[in-house]
Write a protein of this length. Structure first.
Length: 274
């Protein structure tokens, strides 16, 4: 199993948080028997699948979806289970809040809680990237190929509407927990103007986005520090108590915190064994 995060080039840092390359090949040539649970995250994504097809089960739509070789994923509120084929390779661009809209001009409001074939939005240029990735075997060159495409797009990126666009990339951290009135004051907008501009750039309202940031922080903290009990995780991430955390896990992942962590651990264990 190969897994690596790559930082973006300096001109792309206002838009892109990181690139991810993951490659899992099973020894027996069969799909992995355990899916990868993917609950909602604050990021939006551009995915490329240069090898085998990926099948997803979307909890919000209650149906299985087959991914084309490149998809755009907008603001999500539903869990998706990723079913990996025998040769699963993904090259992913994780965008900062507002980055997908500004860099590629994607109408993120129209992608709320679903994904779309990238070609339908980005045109033939993204198809050329997918063709090139299918030919490559070196992971670093795969990232360079995707980044070259994004750097060309950056020359046409929407200019920052200061100071709001300077604030948005910071909303993956503690700023996400601040009241809307305070955030609006920071960028010299009324709360209503702030919410309208936020939805245009991020695809969902700031309160919902803040809930997903907090939920994601709790899940990642427990992954990094499994010895922490869930009450400590809840308090450190800004929840009132454990029951408050459980409500968000059931809303966004459909299960309790221990159940989500167990499903993720089972997938990881099998992927590493393969």
């Amino acid at each position: 199993m190969f897994f690596r995060l790559y930082p973006p080039a300096a001109p792309l840092r206002p838009f892109v948080q990181h690139y991810l390359v993951a490659h899992v090949r099973t020894a027996d040539g069969l799909p992995l028997p355990a899916p990868k649970p993917q609950p909602p995250t604050p990021q939006q994504f551009l995915f490329f699948y240069p090898r085998d097809e990926v099948r997803n089960f979307h909890y919000g739509q209650a149906r299985e979806l087959r991914s084309p070789r490149s998809i755009l994923v907008g603001p999500q509120v539903s869990r998706v289970d990723l079913n990996f084929a025998a040769d699963h390779l993904v090259v992913c661009v994780a965008f900062r809040p507002g980055g997908l809209h500004r860099l590629l001009g994607v109408p993120v409001k129209e992608l709320f809680d679903f994904s779309v074939d990238s070609r339908a939005v980005l045109g033939p240029a993204v198809d050329e990237v997918a063709d090139r990735l299918a030919e490559l075997t070196d992971y670093d060159r795969m990232v360079a190929t995707v980044e070259s495409y994004l750097l060309r797009a950056a020359r046409r990126a929407l200019p920052p509407a200061r100071p709001l666009d300077a604030l948005l990339p910071q909303l993956l951290g503690a700023w996400a927990a601040q009241p809307i009135e305070q955030l609006a004051h920071e960028v010299c907008l009324s709360p209503r103007q702030f919410e309208r501009s936020f939805i245009e750039r991020v695809g969902m309202g700031p309160k919902l986005h803040a809930r997903i940031v907090r939920f994601d922080q709790a899940f990642r903290l427990k992954e990094r520090q499994p010895a922490l009990d869930w009450l400590t995780v809840a308090v450190q991430c800004g929840y009132y108590d454990y029951r408050h955390l459980v409500r968000d896990f059931k809303a966004f992942a459909g299960v309790t915190p221990p159940q989500l962590l167990a499903a993720d651990a089972r997938h990881t264990r099998l992927a590493l064994a393969g």
